[in-house]
Design a protein around this ligand. Structure first.
Ligand code: F3S
Length: 425
């Protein structure tokens, strides 16, 4: 792999042992990918904290949080001191909400261990955003900016909607990027990796968050890891719609980038989106495809009694919390149904200042942060049936926790929370 003098110096230890280990890992990783070099990045989203009994025991037995960072972030069994980050680095979601440990079945011992690890991460210079939607709370990359991000729903949003450039990285590669400002230069960092390869035309209007979630789920299943160019969209989707669309497409398939002609930044025209490629295939999305996708997502559900309504996958925007609060105002949840809404900490703060948290809590719901049910594997005790407005969460919860999952609109979900029953639209 071609390295600059600065990169060679980091590899040879001039910036300390941790940076040398990080460069060694990035070089091995880049060579395995066939990258010819590294690209400079100043924006990283990853995970450096520790939230599990396994990591707590590892820290106790092997030399503290430096040992955890060395082994699980730098792939080094030799323990080296954890350095400060060089790149602007944001922390993604965790395995639980440290403000609601009892509901999540997390012991106080683990919460205290996590708090130490969060303080250590902050001391490294990592921003404790603790969300899968960093682009909502202070990390909004610009077009063409090279990133090193984990979290599939954030990666597809950054590439497609913002025009930034990132592959879906992992815990180790993002940690190495945080302290070296480098990541292998391949895939979505390069113009040729971003060009469309197949076409998708929607024959029906896409208006609601549900419409976009269904469309994304259908598209991802077909597209898998290719780059689709979408035509036929008649009105500009907003942040929540594109957030749900990308999350769905990256869970039913592995889509990391799409173009919507006339809307996303690298698709002013069909020709620009394909960049000289020819569509290998074009498929149409119509009423029949929508119906079949809804049937498929709801195929795990049969009982109409709903135990748990989960909203906020990906983490809810302030607009979505405002909508939920309007739907709940003056109402009470069914006594046997729980409502948990997930959002970044900063947006919960805003929701509280605006009075939405109080409305939701007065109805009997709760706002959680930092995690979600799929990440934490935590749901209210006794939950068998869940209702969701997220195709991504409906994809994962039946597989992870064996639950029945109903997918529908936010209104249907709030109605289920208040009546205790799912009713088809
Ligand atoms: Fe976020 Fe959890 Fe969904 S981390 S994208 S809310 S699966």
């Amino acid at each position: 792999m071609r390295l600059t003098d600065v990169e060679k110096a980091m590899r040879d230890g001039e910036a300390g042992p941790a940076v040398a280990k990080a460069m060694d890992l990035l070089i091995r990783y880049g060579e395995a990918l066939g990258a010819e070099g590294l690209v400079e990045t100043r924006n990283v989203c990853g995970t450096v904290t520790a939230t599990t009994p396994f990591l707590r025991d590892f820290a106790v037995n092997k030399g503290g949080l430096d040992a955890v960072f060395s082994e699980f972030n730098l792939d080094s069994q030799e323990v080296v001191a954890t350095p400060k980050v060089k790149a602007f680095s944001s922390h993604l979601q965790l395995g639980f909400d440290p403000h609601h440990p009892a509901e999540m079945g997390v012991s106080d011992e683990i919460v205290q261990f996590y708090k130490k690890s969060e303080a250590a991460a902050a001391k490294m210079g990592v921003q404790i955003l603790n969300t899968c939607t960093p682009y909502q709370v202070g990390n909004v990359p610009t077009r063409g900016e090279h990133l090193a991000w984990m979290e599939s729903s954030a990666v597809i949003y950054a590439n497609s909607v913002l025009g930034a450039r990132t592959n879906t990285e992992g815990r180790e590669s993002t940690s190495c990027a945080m302290i070296t400002c480098r990541i292998p230069d391949w895939g979505f960092h390069r113009d040729e990796g971003r060009r469309g390869t197949l076409g998708v035309h929607t024959d029906i209007p896409l208006e609601t968050v549900e419409d976009w979630g269904l469309f994304g789920y259908w598209m991802g299943d077909w597209v898998q890891e290719r780059v689709p160019v979408i035509t036929g969209v008649r009105s500009s989707p907003n942040l929540p719609r594109l957030k749900h669309f990308g999350a769905a497409a990256s869970s039913s398939g592995g889509v990391e980038m799409y173009h919507i002609v006339g809307i996303t930044p690298e698709a002013n025209t069909v020709e620009q989106a394909f960049g000289g490629n020819k569509a290998t295939e074009v498929r149409h999305y119509g009423r029949r495809e929508r119906e079949l996708t809804l049937e498929r997502i709801n195929s795990t559900a049969s009982d109409s009694k709903v135990d748990y309504v989960m909203l906020g996958c990906p983490h809810y925007t302030i607009e979505q919390i405002w909508e939920a609060a309007q739907l709940l105002e003056g109402r009470k949840l069914h006594p046997e149904t729980a409502l948990w809404i997930w959002t970044p900490r900063a947006i919960k703060e805003l929701a509280t200042r605006n009075g939405y948290t109080q409305i939701i809590e007065a109805a009997g719901g709760k706002i959680f942060t930092d995690s979600c049910s799929a990440m934490s594997r935590a749901v209210p005790p006794g939950t068998k049936v869940v209702a969701l407005d997220s195709a991504k969460q409906a994809h994962y919860l039946p597989a992870i926790l064996g639950l029945q999952a109903w997918f529908g609109t936010t209104e249907q979900c709030i109605e289920a929370a208040c009546t205790g029953r799912w009713s088809a639209a």
